[in-house]
Design a protein around this ligand. Structure first.
Ligand code: ASP
Length: 456
């Protein structure tokens, strides 16, 4: 029994939905289908979810939004007409948008409900289309499926009780089509995951029904060792471990949501990233363990938009609880930290720059002086983090040397170096404007010649 999730580009148009139906029909094991909202048909197009968010936020600010609703309706009308389905789905969608906006519920709840409609109607279109092809297909709302989530609008997390409820769905004979991206709280409130969260739904369903495989259909043949927008025709990755995939997704690989692996990983369900437009390509398998002697570094990723707050204080190493107190300041401001490299008398906290508003920065700086009595404070903005990722580096000599040489060869100044404690990745903090150069140089060092020594 397989779970197949189709991303935004796979359900962007009637033609794409036809391809999705062929993929589903070609393998009777594909019993649970999870879909995203229609994405872009080409680079100048819009994503349905972006448009829905725009409608909900204009409504919240009392700004006119009426002209946006028909644009969404047009996309769905085009689809249902070409697929020769009844237009009632489109009418139902328009009515749901208007009723939700008018309803008397808090604005966060309204926003999440509106945001989820792209997925809901995408799943309705697909299930109706499959049924029109004589396939036993049923639309299944996450509430009926039992997907329970925490009450964190726009950033929900799955609750453990979801899995046993999902398991009971195994008994069903036909195909279930489930909209991705959201679940329900204990109080039956609809709450979405973070953006791109349909991948998370797919992984939850796969874990719940104990699928033999979670297939994640997107629009590329495989995961690449580096962003193909930065390096021309990079190496395809045929097998990658969960940990490596998690690190790469976190650090900027957009193929798969970085939080989506955990449910599948816990149940040891293999994940395969595949291409709807070329379903015969083998794709990338995400597995628990790698075979020994595979390449020690699997990929290079980079992401911009970070800043670091550096503090130093003489005898910091002897001050009990300093690290905790420093991180507490960030917790109090609801800022999560990404990395925290430290020395004997100093420590840096790396965070996403967008989280540090001017007000929060003022509070943190004041408390650092008044409560923690630090000697020096420096904020380093516009940083990028480059990650060299591979489980094999734990037993390979020369990875750090090769990486630092590559960055040096690209004439890039390293602001920070951090080797994750698990030794799955090595992180380099650099200036944002150097990101492309550093990634390109690292790619050629690790993938265009492989000279490191593997320990026996
Ligand atoms: N439609 C949602 C988004 O654009 C979720 C998804 O596509 O996975 O973020």
């Amino acid at each position: 029994m397989k779970v197949a999730k189709f991303g935004g580009s796979s359900v962007a148009s009637a033609e794409q939905i036809e391809k999705v139906a062929t993929v589903i029909r070609n393998d009777p094991d594909r019993k649970f289908i999870v879909v995203s909202a229609p994405g872009k048909r080409d680079k100048d197009d819009f994503k349905i979810t972006d448009m829905l968010i725009e409608i909900a936020s204009r409504h919240e600010k009392n700004q006119p939004f009426d002209e946006l609703v028909p644009i969404i309706m047009q996309r769905f009308s085009e689809m249902v007409n070409k697929l020769k389905l009844s237009t009632t789905i489109v009418e139902e969608m328009e009515q749901t948008i208007r009723e939700t906006l008018k309803s008397n519920v808090p604005s966060t709840l309204k926003m999440d409900t509106i945001k989820s409609l792209g997925e809901v109607f995408s799943a309705k279109v697909l299930s109706n289309y499959l049924a029109s092809l004589d396939l036993e297909a049923t639309f299944l709302d996450p509430k009926e499926a039992g997907i329970m989530v925490s009450d964190e609008p726009g950033n929900a997390q799955v609750l453990p009780e979801s899995f046993s409820k999902l398991y009971t769905l195994r008994e069903n004979d036909g195909v279930f089509v489930i909209p991705g991206f959201f679940g329900y709280t204990e109080n039956e409130k609809l709450v979405t995951f973070s953006r791109g969260g349909s991948d998370i739904t797919g992984s939850i369903v796969a874990a719940g029904v104990k699928a033999s495989l979670y297939e994640n259909f997107t629009d590329v043949d495989s995961v690449y060792a580096v962003n193909p927008a930065i390096v021309h025709q990079p190496k395809q990755i045929s097998t990658i471990t969960y940990k490596e995939m998690r690190e790469l997704s976190y650090a900027g690989f957009s193929v798969f949501h970085d939080e989506a692996l955990i449910p599948a990983f816990k149940e040891k369900i293999p994940v395969c990233i595949k291409n709807t437009n070329n379903p015969d390509a083998p794709g990338t398998m995400v597995v628990a363990e790698k075979k020994p002697n595979e390449q020690c570094v699997v990929g290079i990723a980079g992401d911009a938009g970070f800043c670091s707050l550096y503090v130093s204080k003489y005898l910091m190493n002897r001050e009990l609880g300093f690290g905790r107190k420093l991180l507490q300041l960030f917790e109090d401001e609801h800022i999560s930290f990404e990395h925290a490299p430290s020395g004997i008398d100093d420590m840096s906290v790396v965070i996403r720059q967008s989280e540090l508003t001017q007000e929060k920065e003022k509070v943190i700086l004041r408390r650092l002086q008044d409560e923690l009595h630090v000697d020096t404070i420096k904020i380093h903005r516009n940083l990028a983090m480059v990650m060299v990722v591979g489980e094999g580096m734990i037993s390979t000599i020369g990875v750090a040397q090769k990486a630092t040489k590559a960055i040096t060869d690209a004439n890039v100044n390293m602001v920070m170096i951090n080797q994750g404690s698990s030794e799955v990745s090595m992180m380099f903090g650099i200036q944002e404007e150097d990101l492309t150069r550093a990634v390109q140089s690292l790619y050629s060092a690790f993938f265009q010649e492989e000279k490191t020594t593997v320990l026996i």
